[in-house]
Ligand binder design. Structure first.
Ligand SMILES: [Zn+2]
Length: 573
């Protein structure tokens, strides 16, 4: 490939819309371009990376017994209505109607389609295990598409579905996929960790793990134990219950009203009263299914919407109530809300740490005032108490008690042991060895292919551009002639490129009539792992200059040995 022919429109500055490093770099290096919110075109360099991640994924899925298929993007509503997910998916699902008035969606996932397919064509345990996968665009109408390929509305996924005849064999499929995922992400060069997770809208009974690419730009928080293998998404991580404290003291003073002018946040109230935030109660008003729900957690904790949904729901589209909704419900702003004397229409759920018989300070449901000496159970009802908060670093590990550590990550893959949820709903059955008809035991497994590219760019970005791992770099090598007007240099460069290509080293010849400094900047920005320079000086010594993008190390290699040296670097990688 010649650089003059390659559509790689690099930019000196990142567009203002880009918030995180990977988004900025992929735009600046000319890998992607935005079409509309959350929807992108992959330019030649970006598409080459995607194809390489796909290929690694294919190799590992095939080695784990997968067979590749291609299912439709357009899916009929009836199948989704049968499993109840037409409603459950809510506004995240892209819906459309055809000219006959029939409803469809753009597939956010394919459990329904594949279960229906297998139901029609697989009858006997002799055909199991069956592992089918595809690599395809998926669609989710995100409320806030952002961070480029991280949270898009159209994205590329690999999804595999396993069908087994028993829970033990389903577990074996799960373990093989788990191992294959580790191999895929290792080969892509990602630093990652598998964590216990919540099953969300996919559901299923048998557990699920997320594969997290660790980076501070990640939207997900994870906790992990330094002493045992426990690691979980903070949404999923179990919080240990507080120590039992018995009944409140009968002599405990009754609540009294405090003036707290202007203090609205937990921090402001805590500072005003000189109390630690743990002595305050935080009350949040949520709305879902048209109902209001008040959730109480300690002032130093964060409410966990996943746990709230799992306890009460599933709510459709659970969200924090808007300020005007809170004001209409309680005649005060969200910062003054408290659990004492809530109107009958609002349900109340209390985190177990906020349900202990100790005196707390909380909002008084009127402007500029808080209650002090409010005792949970005495001053507001504890009809619904559960673990409803996000786990935090420093809390005890739920397995061994050691203090948990925290990290942030990007979810690049998830594996689910589904049990019989979909096969039961869609009556997909097989005959076992004893001639008995049973619903299939299923698993589903997804890898965000486009998101993996972004996660690698996030982990491997530096001030100058992207430092692609060789395995998924768009090209292995850029070859820069120092002077394109020097015929001897151009002849030698063309000969070397041909030799490199023949040896399987994907090489771009930067034949543009640009200054060498501009070419070096572009080479670093695009992130070719290897950079070769040929000049009149190197030719005089019959050498080429080789620079490794990752280390910056430079060496001069005899031209006759250049290909062998590069092959050696690639094989050692
Ligand atoms: Zn532990």
């Amino acid at each position: 490939m010649k650089m003059s022919r390659l559509l790689a429109p690099t930019l000196r500055e990142a567009p203002a819309e880009a918030e995180i490093a990977s988004h900025k770099l992929l735009l600046r290096a000319g890998f992607i371009r935005k079409s509309t919110a959350g929807v992108y075109t992959y330019l030649p360099l970006g598409w080459r990376v995607i194809r390489k991640i796909e290929q690694i994924t294919r190799e590992e899925m095939n080695a784990a017994g997968g067979q590749e298929i291609m299912m439709p993007v357009i899916q009929p509503a009836e199948l989704w209505q049968t499993t109840g997910r037409w409603e459950l998916y809510g506004p995240e699902m892209f819906r459309l109607r055809d000219r006959h008035g029939r409803d469809f969606c753009l597939g956010p996932t394919h459990e329904e389609i594949i279960t229906e397919l297998v139901k029609g064509d697989v009858r006997s345990y002799k055909q199991l295990p069956l592992r089918l996968y595809q690599i395809q665009n998926k669609y989710r109408d995100e409320r806030r598409p952002r961070f480029g390929l991280m949270r898009g509305r159209e994205f590329i996924m690999m999804d595999l579905y396993s069908f087994d005849r028993s829970p033990a064999e389903a577990r074996e499929s799960y373990d093989r996929m788990y191992a294959a995922y580790e191999a895929i992400f290792r080969r892509c060069g990602l630093v990652f960790r598998a964590v216990e997770a919540d099953a969300g809208a996919i559901g299923g009974s048998g557990g699920t793990h997320e594969f997290m690419a660790l980076t501070d730009a990640g939207e997900a928080e994870v906790v992990f134990c330094p002493d045992c293998a426990y690691a979980a998404n903070t949404e999923k991580a179990e919080c240990a219950p507080p120590p039992a404290l018995g009944a409140p003291s009968p002599s405990a003073p009754p609540p009294s009203l405090l003036a707290t002018p202007g203090a609205r946040t937990i921090e402001e109230v805590a500072a005003l009263l000189a109390l630690p935030p743990a002595r305050l109660l935080k009350t949040l008003i949520y709305k879902g299914d048209g109902q209001y729900l008040a959730v109480v957690v300690r002032g130093d904790r964060t409410a966990n919407e996943v746990k709230i949904n799992n306890l009460l729901g599933p709510f459709l589209d659970l969200r924090l109530a808007e300020e005007d909704e809170v004001t209409a419900l309680l005649a005060c702003a969200p910062g003054s809300v408290g659990p004492v004397g809530l109107p009958a229409g609002a349900r109340l759920a209390v985190d177990s740490e906020a349900a202990v018989p100790l005196p707390f300070v909380c909002g008084a449901n009127q402007p500029d005032a808080h209650w002090r000496d409010v005792t949970p159970g005495r001053d507001f009802p504890l009809t619904l108490t559960a673990d409803l908060r996000l786990a935090q670093a420093g809390e005890p590990c739920p397995r061994c008690g050691a203090p948990l550590r925290g990290a942030r990550g990007i979810e690049v893959g998830q594996v689910f042991n589904l049990g019989q949820k979909y096969s039961e709903a869609l009556a997909a059955r097989f005959l076992n060895e004893a001639g008995k008809s049973l619903p299939f035991y299923m698993g589903c497994y997804g890898i965000g292919v486009s998101r993996t590219m972004a996660a690698v760019a996030e982990q491997y970005g530096d001030g100058d551009g992207i430092v692609w791992p060789l395995a998924i770099a768009p090209y292995h090598c850029v070859l820069i002639p120092a002077n394109v007007k020097d015929e001897a240099v151009m002849t030698a460069a063309a000969a070397l490129q041909a030799e490199l290509e023949k040896a399987g080293v994907e090489t771009v010849l930067d034949d543009r009539a640009e200054r060498v400094g501009v070419k070096f900047k572009d080479a670093d920005l695009i992130g070719f792992p290897l950079r070769l320079v040929i000049s009149a000086q190197t030719l005089a010594q019959k050498t080429a200059e080789l620079k490794l993008r990752r280390t910056g190390a430079i060496e001069f290699i005899p031209l006759t040995e250049t290909v062998a040296r590069i092959r050696l670097i690639m094989e050692g990688n």
